[in-house]
Design a protein around this ligand. Structure first.
Ligand code: G4P
Length: 526
């Protein structure tokens, strides 16, 4: 198969959801369709179930397990599909944000009973920033839930997505009879007893009342016909180009655990979802079809064995062909590196890969050369953009508790930050170190890992900060004045970029009003 065919075959995406909506279950069903696994239950949940600090080791163990399921590749309908897993736990949301930089589309899973939940909102916001095409899967139709139209309204208002349903449920909960496939005009009948199997599909047009009556009964037929009529009046007809440009999201209904409505979505996914897309660098846009290999690191996973400080860096191939045992240029450290054991994650097993194509993800064993965002090329100096940091939600001063181990602490903190465990800020006037995280859990993770992997000991001091903003100004004088007046609220991030640490939402507003020449950014790239 030629290079271009290999690229066109690939679909790289992530499933995102609020914990418990059914992401793991859906992933598993997709893998079953792809033949990548044979039995249900084979996918280890990447979900961190317990969150108390005493369960910290358990969490690390689970994170270790999740390396194997970080990327799952399978073939379906002539396509090579790469699913990138994202941690469900909200304290690891930053991991998810970065993973989204390596995908070309996303599937959002929503629980029909709970509707749009907090974590879904945050994740979809990041998808939208990147204009990633999104498919919505409304799950758990075998349970009572919200009305279909109300749900679609909620998706539109809370997630800011324009939607068009491509399937529609016939009843729900006890009355759930199946889904009508608007896109293909057929009815997939649900059999509550036939778990894991695909229901009976009847070719039927919505206007064929008698046939519908026969299968779902009169009352349900009337309701379905009315609803389908409303859909045709309210929602735009699905246009592929609108989906690809991220302007419209097709919606599917089903029940992942019953493997119902999943195939409809998967079939549309392989037909519609984008092939590997170009990526931006500071220097130029890189097309996947370029002959020379380029790629970037979007995730680093530490080995859970503290005796081995090696890590796996996850590389997204952007262009060209990545080859084993070939020298590639690592721009940030200005060195050539070659990889003897690059790993692929085909069929949920790790194996050494000889070649990888745009859209693929390979795991590189790393002894500390990589940090998130690094680029590898055949020699060109490129800096990929689109892997920004977002403001942490919790901040604490970090203090050295063992003066004899300062060097170890400094090294450990830098390495953990390179892995993306948390963000480090250094205050502008006093050069104190602040660690910012998405959730409280990371503070425990950092403390534990510094001790066990680096022999260093730290404590924290609370700090009241609402949010970090990356700032800049076209007016040098205004910026200097701002620095003078707000020096106590300023810090540098790990790349030396200036950050304003706002104490409250109210401060942000007044400060913005008082300093119109200063631009406040919610992410580190602007
Ligand atoms: P997550 O990865 O998004 O966190 O969710 P996960 O797939 O683990 O699913 C969360 C729970 O919802 C699981 O139940 C799962 O079985 C259930 N579930 C998934 N899809 C459906 C569905 O279509 N209908 C119904 N009724 N339930 C569904 P659990 O009790 O937490 O775990 P388990 O013991 O069943 O595995």
């Amino acid at each position: 198969m030629g290079f271009i065919e290999e690229i066109n075959k690939r679909k790289t995406f992530a499933i995102v959801s609020h914990p418990d909506a059914g992401k793991t279950t859906l992933t598993e069903k997709l893998l079953l369709f792809g033949g990548a696994i044979q039995v249900a239950g084979a996918v280890k949940s990447n979900k961190i179930k317990k969150t108390t600090t005493s369960d910290f080791m358990e969490i690390e163990k689970q994170r270790g397990i999740s390396v194997a399921t970080s990327v799952m590749a399978f073939d379906y309908g002539g396509k090579r599909i790469n699913i990138l897993d994202t941690p469900g736990h909200k304290d690891f949301a930053e991991d998810t944000y970065r993973t989204l930089s390596a995908v070309d589309s996303a599937i959002v899973v929503i629980d029909v009973a709970k509707g749009v939940e907090e974590q879904t909102e945050k994740l979809v916001k990041v998808c939208r920033m990147r204009q990633i095409p999104i498919i919505v899967f409304i799950n758990k139709l075998d349970r009572e839930g919200l009305d279909g139209f109300d749900l679609l309204d909620e998706v539109e208002t809370k997630l800011g997505l324009s939607v068009t349903p491509l399937t529609w449920p016939v009843g729900m909960g006890q009355r759930f009879q199946g889904v009508y496939n608007i896109y293909e005009s057929n009815l997939n009948l649900f059999d509550a007893h036939g778990k894991q199997s695909i229901g009976e599909v009847v070719e039927i047009n919505e206007s064929e009342t008698d046939k519908l009556n026969e299968h779902i009964g009169e009352a349900a037929t009337v309701e379905l016909q009315e609803e389908l009529h409303t859909i045709s009046e309210i929602y735009d007809k699905f246009e592929l180009s609108d989906y690809i440009s991220g302007n419209i999201s097709p919606v599917f209904f089903g029940s992942a655990v019953n493997n119902f409505g999943v195939k409809e979505m998967l079939d549309c996914f392989v037909e519609f979802a984008p092939n590997p897309l170009p990526r931006e660098t500071e220097q130029r846009i890189i097309e996947p079809t370029e002959n020379k290999f380029t790629g970037f690191v979007f995730k680093i996973h530490a080995n859970i064995d503290p005796k081995h400080r090696d890590r796996i860096a996850f590389l997204r191939i952007v262009s060209g062909i990545f080859k084993r045992n070939t020298n590639y240029y690592h721009k940030r450290i200005d060195k050539k590196l070659k990889f003897s054991n690059p790993t692929s994650f085909m069929a949920s097993k790790k194996s050494i890969v000889e070649e990888a194509y745009p859209g693929d993800i390979v795991g590189l064993y790393d002894t500390g050369n990589f940090k998130i965002g690094d680029s590898l090329t055949e020699g060109e100096k490129l800096d990929f953009i689109g892997i920004p940091n977002f403001s942490p939600e919790q901040f604490r001063y970090v203090l050295n508790a063992n003066p004899m181990k300062r060097k170890q602490m400094d090294k450990g903190i830098i390495q953990l930050m390179d892995e993306g465990v948390a963000q480090l800020f250094t205050t502008y006037d006093t050069e104190r170190k602040i660690i910012g995280t998405v959730g409280a859990l990371q503070f425990e993770v950092i403390q534990y890992r510094l001790e066990h992997e680096y022999g260093a000991s730290v404590t924290y001091e609370p700090l009241r900060i609402h949010k970090a903003f990356w700032i800049h100004s076209e007016e040098e004088k205004a910026l200097e004045e701002f620095k003078k007046r707000r020096r106590r609220d300023l810090a540098y991030d790990k790349d030396g970029k200036l950050v304003f640490l706002a104490e409250s939402a109210w401060t942000v507003k007044t400060i913005k009003d008082n300093h119109p020449d200063i631009v406040f950014h919610e992410k580190s790239e602007f």
